[in-house]
Unconditional design. Structure first.
Length: 304
């Protein structure tokens, strides 16, 4: 019964990723008769590329809500997974136990990503008072930041829930003995560490690109004014922070071993959504600035 519930949860999660990714992919292709779909996709724009006249918009600074919700949810999942991993209820041999710890590792990486994004929302970005996002974007963002952490541990979600509900209790991760904290991660496979290196490569570049974007406000007289960003990956693409986000989630896929379809579907949504948004951003830059650098690609250096 427990296994059946787990399989059903995984199937629902994968179906959800497919359902929200397909409209972006289909709407991005210039097929005739799909203008209505592209109009709907435009609702997902935000900030300077938002063109909707709808009153159903919210301040872009509400991005902080995504990260507060995501941190609380990821922390809950992390503590539950950690408690389960250190309990005597993990069965299935050493291979199964290592996979549980791998999910814990992925949640730790996600937590580091979310904490940095929350910090940036308050201390790096200086949102224009006129910067808005459609309520559709707001709801999609909340959906994403609930489903993404769950995708990192969905294969064990039902087991952990059963453990917390009746067979065990939630406990804080044990830091009393530092080796109890370190040893399980030392047993992780080689691809987990390569994935973590890729993750932090994107993590650091996204931090730098966000700092560049945040500093642009200091170069203008009005918060509503925009200037062309330069530096770091901005020398190659128009939306390097989106490029870095793709690298970050690609690192998570690599760290997982690349065998879980749920993570590949999560990654597919991230790529589709950010490629679409980056394309809209590139168009806005070229319309806004007559002398915008013509050698900048949209999101993938030397490719697109």
């Amino acid at each position: 019964m427990e296994e059946e519930v787990g399989m059903r949860l995984v199937s629902l999660l994968r179906a959800a990723w497919i359902l929200i990714t397909l409209p972006i992919v289909v709407g991005f292709v210039p097929f005739p008769g799909l203008g209505w779909l592209r109009t709907i996709l435009m609702l997902g724009n935000r900030g300077k590329i938002l063109q909707s006249n709808s009153k159903l918009t919210l301040p872009q600074r509400f991005f902080s809500h995504f990260y507060v919700v995501a941190i609380l949810w990821t922390t809950l999942l992390l503590v539950a997974m950690w408690s389960y991993a250190t309990s005597s209820h993990v069965t299935g041999g050493e291979s199964h136990a290592n996979n549980v710890w791998l999910s814990v590792f992925l949640l730790v990486l996600m937590e580091l990503h979310l904490l940095r994004r929350l910090y940036e929302t308050f201390y790096v970005f200086n949102y224009s008072p006129s910067a808005r996002m459609h309520i559709f974007t707001y709801l999609l963002g909340l959906f994403f930041y609930v489903m993404a952490p769950l995708s990192l541990c969905c294969n064990f979600a039902s087991q952990v829930f059963d453990f917390v509900k009746g067979k065990g209790h939630m406990s804080r991760p044990g830091f009393d003995n530092i080796w109890m904290f370190v040893t399980p991660f030392l047993r992780l496979p080689w691809y987990a560490w390569i994935g973590a290196a890729i993750f932090f490569w994107g993590w650091l570049h996204q931090l730098r690109c966000h700092q560049i974007l945040g500093s642009l406000r200091d170069k203008t007289k009005k918060l509503e004014e925009y200037v062309i960003p330069y530096g770091d990956w901005f020398e190659y693409v128009s939306s390097p922070h989106y490029t870095a986000e793709i690298v970050i989630y690609g690192g998570l896929v690599m760290a997982s071993g690349g065998v879980d379809l749920s993570l590949w579907l999560l990654f597919a949504f991230v790529v589709a959504n950010l490629v679409y948004t980056a394309t809209e951003t590139q168009g806005w830059y070229r319309r806004k600035f007559e002398h915008y650098p013509c050698n900048r690609y949209i999101i993938f250096p030397f490719v697109y």
